[in-house]
Design a binder for this molecule. Structure first.
Ligand SMILES: Nc1ncnc2c1ncn2[C@@H]1O[C@H](COP(=O)(O)O)[C@@H](OP(=O)(O)O)[C@H]1O
Length: 454
């Protein structure tokens, strides 16, 4: 087995126990609330009671009033307005990304460019960043919105990028023109290129331990995106170093979990061969959670030309109850340069995981665990690679609120207070549906590290 390069792998049980206790308490929370009403929603042939609540504070917001007064959550909330706007704008971003991915696949001539680190990046990245930035700024006021995102405005501003900038401006305007379908208000007239560049350049937060900022990964899993496979739009709100809400848009997540293990092209072929109404091939969801709610929710991807009526048939999601390693499914990155497959194979063997790993691009892996479609996600990046907070924040809060556990390979919580990167991260990232599986994996990592030091 490949030894781990961790500097310290102390078994940190107290944090995990505290997380589990918190989760158990959350399950018992009452759902009654003054001024709320129950509505019944159906999704995939199941009925759910959703508490809708009237909120008086939206009049100054560009969110359309008739839609935004309805909340799906049972208590008077912190961040409820932020959550609703975030979910809606992620829905918009997913729609934009689908358009770009479809054109990538059908024409293979969509502009694909390189970031400084040579990973492919598309116009979708910049367009999502501009769209999210514009909507958040309009919703909460420019001065109140700080966004941390990767898109580098310099690359778009240079003269030889004018074709690219035109493509981004068009996509952003097309997307914002549909804002009303998503319950948001778009601009009165189309944005010019300077407006779009300004919206992108506003995403210059560097994070840190104090204050409130949004962490955006416009297209997480770029490789999956350009290959026509899984990717995610990830948006989280971080306040004083703590993730307080997270939204993950997963446009290609199949509704039937079995399809997650297939390359997305099979899904496309099959969906062409079977009636479009067939539920089996339905795909696309947005998953979200708010800190301390003890709940994570999933709504289907919204299809344009219809009004998104909140809560858009949202249903609660919960992590799997499976704690027997032999029955558990573990996910890992597809790309072995992003995570050591040989190391996870060794770990999987030593903890008794028997199923083939489920290799999926992007933060869709977090969504899979939150939905109960898999139990474990392990990522062991090469020494020297620094994980970025935007690549994990939304997934982490969703998993925690859905009842799961997320730590580094040493059992410590991920620290979102240190800026752009997850500093002090003890090598790997471990995400588990339950504390028992988590404990086994952390112990196996610890043993592996100890034996490699003998
Ligand atoms: N060398 C590396 N090691 C580990 N992770 C990496 C990496 N290079 C990029 N990544 C991260 O892994 C993400 C892709 O995850 P996955 O492999 O699970 O699909 C990338 O997201 P982006 O593609 O959005 O940059 C990036 O955040």
């Amino acid at each position: 087995m490949m030894p781990l390069n961790c500097s310290s792998l102390v078994f940190r049980v107290p944090y995990i126990l505290a997380q589990t206790r918190l989760t158990n308490t959350k399950k018992l929370t009452s759902t009654s609330c003054v001024g709320s009403c129950f509505t019944t929603h159906s999704y995939q042939n199941k009925s759910f009671h959703i508490v809708s609540q009237f909120n008086q504070n939206y009049s100054s917001s560009p969110v359309m009033e008739d839609q935004t007064n309805l909340l799906s959550s049972p208590r008077p909330e912190n961040y409820s307005k932020e959550l609703i706007v975030a979910v809606r704008v992620v829905q918009m971003a997913c729609s934009l990304c689908q358009k770009v991915q479809d054109s990538l696949i059908s024409k293979t001539n969509s502009p694909v460019h390189s970031k400084d680190d040579n990973s492919p990046v598309t116009v979708a990245d910049w367009s999502v960043q501009a769209t999210v930035s514009w909507i958040l700024s309009e919703s909460f006021g420019c001065r109140n919105v700080s966004i941390l995102a990767e898109g580098d405005v310099q690359r778009l501003s240079v003269a030889d990028a004018s074709g690219l900038l035109d493509a981004v401006v068009k996509l952003v305007n097309d997307c914002l023109a549909e804002a009303t379908y998503f319950g948001l208000k778009g601009p009165d007239s189309p944005l010019g290129s300077s407006d779009v560049l300004e919206a992108i350049s506003r995403c210059n937060s560097t994070g840190g331990p104090t204050g409130k900022f949004w962490a955006l990964d416009p297209v997480d899993g770029t490789l999956g995106f350009v290959r026509g496979d899984q990717y995610a739009v990830a948006l989280a709100l971080i306040e004083d170093g703590e993730v307080v809400l997270g939204v993950l848009g997963c446009p290609n997540y199949p509704m039937k979990k079995e399809w997650l293990s297939y390359h997305h092209r099979y899904h496309r072929i099959i969906s062409k061969l079977t009636p479009p109404t067939s539920e089996s091939w339905d795909k696309g969801c947005v998953i979200y959670a708010r800190k301390g709610s003890g709940e994570a929710w999933m709504q289907p991807l919204h299809h344009k030309n219809k009004l998104l009526a909140w809560p858009n048939s949202a249903i609660p999601v919960r992590v799997s109850l499976i704690d027997n390693p032999a029955l558990a499914t573990f996910c890992e990155p597809v790309d072995k340069s992003n995570s050591s497959h040989s190391f996870t194979a060794g770990l999987a063997h030593s903890v008794g995981l028997r199923k083939q790993p489920l290799r999926v691009y992007s933060m869709v892996k977090y969504a899979a665990i939150a939905r109960g479609d898999a139990e474990i996600f392990m990522k062991f990046a090469r020494t020297g690679y620094k994980e970025k907070i935007g690549d994990h924040a939304a997934g982490v809060i969703i998993i925690q609120e859905a009842g799961g556990v997320v730590t580094d390979a040493g059992g410590s919580p991920l620290d979102f207070s240190k800026g752009i990167f997850l500093e002090g991260l003890d090598r790997g990232i471990i995400v588990c549906a339950g504390a028992k599986l988590h404990e086994k994996i952390i112990r196996a990592i610890d043993d592996s590290w100890n034996s490699s030091n003998l």
